[in-house]
Design a protein around this ligand. Structure first.
Ligand code: G2I
Length: 461
């Protein structure tokens, strides 16, 4: 099995964030000037990620980097999910468009965002017949083997210690009853052995990452999943390094959730690998869609080695099959019935407010990151009045000792002697009506440290 990553303990995990939120909820501070309540609650979790964490699992989504500039997209991503997969940005054509010339900028942005939010990351994907740059198709066998191993090694080393699971080989089997391998440059020139060669190369490149085989139409027992099953059993018997199997789980009316979904996950888990639901989406709407999602989540919860679920996108409007509205948030980021079904199945609390009402005379603060560049990011703090009007507010933002806040807007800052703690007050009149919000922003120079700023409570006047 894997050695635990020596990098992993240093990052702000979602578990730590959950613990922090719970601790803040029970502490709650009453200040003399007004009521100060730190957001958070010791009751049932109210987001997908926090609920899944209470079940010992992650709940992730595919992320499209070019959507991170849309504030509703990013706010929903950051609030609900504690794992992320790059939808396209870590595929071969994106990372190595010309042989030996690697382009990591966009993938780095994805990694920085996900890790800055304390999310786990699934790497997707190293060896796949699709989204291959043209040059791969023109190589002879010897060059292709070298190129495959070089691609795996360079990409995994770039993110060494930062990826929880990698889809090492994706979709290498045919659909239908043959159980055969799918034709591809790798299969055609290197034969069946390319898969185990890829896994061995991957283990050497990043020993901390779990190594997965990932495929679709393998969600129930059928000829294709049997063929994958036989391969995994053979790998385990011969000591080929494999740690997990991904079940994409793209469902619609032609291809519904199979009745033996849980049993199929279990038989793979019984081979001694983790199982993960990696690209879940279910076309449909309303109760029918919600019921299918519930079935999938319950199946995962019933298999102890099913350690996480990833949906293939945040909002229906950006889904690869948007017309089928297959996701948990609609095009306006409203929670769909399927969202509530998933949250309930995970033991979370439906209708949970991510920004709890601080009550009479109080205010609350929430943080989100609105932009990121190679050296800095912008943060935004939203201040909300509770159930009665307030005439002013004060809050603090603490950055790490490496970081510097270089600019602020829409607020009046003062600083402690360390320069790391900024106290922010309104510019001019800070009055807010009951339930009203305002926000201020700032730029943080990361200086290599991308950790998220910490908010103090909100003190109302
Ligand atoms: O096809 C659904 C998924 C099946 N399993 C593997 C996944 O990697 C795959 O994801 C999809 C993405 O969701 C799509 O966004 O993979 C597609 C490509 O095979 C992605 O579509 C591509 C379009 O075909 C391109 O035209 C486009 O330039 O997305 C690209 C980036 O937006």
């Amino acid at each position: 099995m894997n050695e635990p990553s020596r990098f992993r303990p240093e990052r702000p995990t979602w578990r730590a964030r959950l613990r922090r939120a719970l601790a803040m909820g029970v502490v709650g501070i009453l200040a003399s000037a007004g009521v100060v309540i730190l957001s958070g609650t010791a009751e049932a979790a109210t987001t997908l990620g926090a609920s899944a964490a209470e079940q010992g699992r992650y709940f992730g989504t595919a992320v499209a980097v070019n959507r991170l500039s849309e504030s509703d997209y990013t706010a929903t991503l950051n609030r609900e999910f504690n794992s992320a997969t790059a939808e396209n940005e870590m595929k071969w054509d994106a990372l190595e468009p010309q042989r030996g010339s690697f382009q990591f900028d966009t993938a780095d942005r994805f990694m920085n965002h996900a890790r800055g939010q304390g999310m786990d990351v699934r790497g997707h994907t190293l060896v796949w017949h699709s989204q291959l740059p043209g040059w791969v198709n023109s190589l002879g066998a010897g060059d292709l083997r070298t190129a495959m191993n070089n691609h795996i090694t360079r990409v995994m080393q770039q993110y060494r210690g930062q990826i929880d699971s990698w889809d090492v080989v994706n979709e290498a089997f045919q659909d239908g009853s043959s159980g055969a391998r799918r034709p591809s440059p790798f299969q055609n020139l290197l034969g069946n052995g390319f898969i185990e060669e890829a896994f061995r190369t991957a283990r050497a490149a990043d020993p901390a990452a779990k190594l997965c085989y990932n495929d679709y139409n393998t969600d129930g027992q059928n000829a294709k999943s049997n063929a994958v099953y036989n391969m995994v059993r053979d790998f385990k018997a011969r000591g080929v390094p494999i740690d997990c199997v991904g079940f994409q789980s793209h469902f619609n009316s032609q291809s519904p959730v199979p009745s033996d979904y849980r049993a199929n996950l279990q038989r793979f888990a019984d081979l001694g690998v983790d199982v993960q639901i990696t690209e879940l989406d279910i076309e449909g709407s309303g109760t029918a869609q919600a019921n299918s999602y519930r079935t999938v989540v319950n199946a995962c919860l019933q298999v102890s080695r099913c350690n996480g679920i990833t949906v293939w996108g945040v909002t229906d409007k950006y889904s690869w099959r948007a017309s089928g509205t297959p996701l948990l948030f609609d095009g306006n980021y409203n929670k769909k019935p399927a969202y509530t079904a998933v949250l309930e199945a995970l033991g979370g609390e439906p209708g949970g407010d991510p920004d709890p009402d601080p009550g009479t005379g109080g205010c609350s603060v929430t943080y989100d990151e609105t932009d990121r560049w190679g050296d800095r990011f912008n943060g935004r703090v939203t201040v909300r009045a509770g159930s009665s009007a307030i005439s002013g507010w004060t809050t603090t933002v603490t950055v790490s000792s490496a970081q510097d806040i270089s600019t602020t807007w829409n607020g009046s800052p003062t600083w402690d002697s360390s320069g790391n703690v900024m106290t922010m007050r309104p510019n001019g009149n800070g009055g807010l009506a009951a339930g009203a919000t305002t926000s201020f922003g700032f730029t943080v120079m990361a200086n290599g440290d991308w950790s998220q700023p910490r908010l103090g409570g909100c003190t109302a006047a």
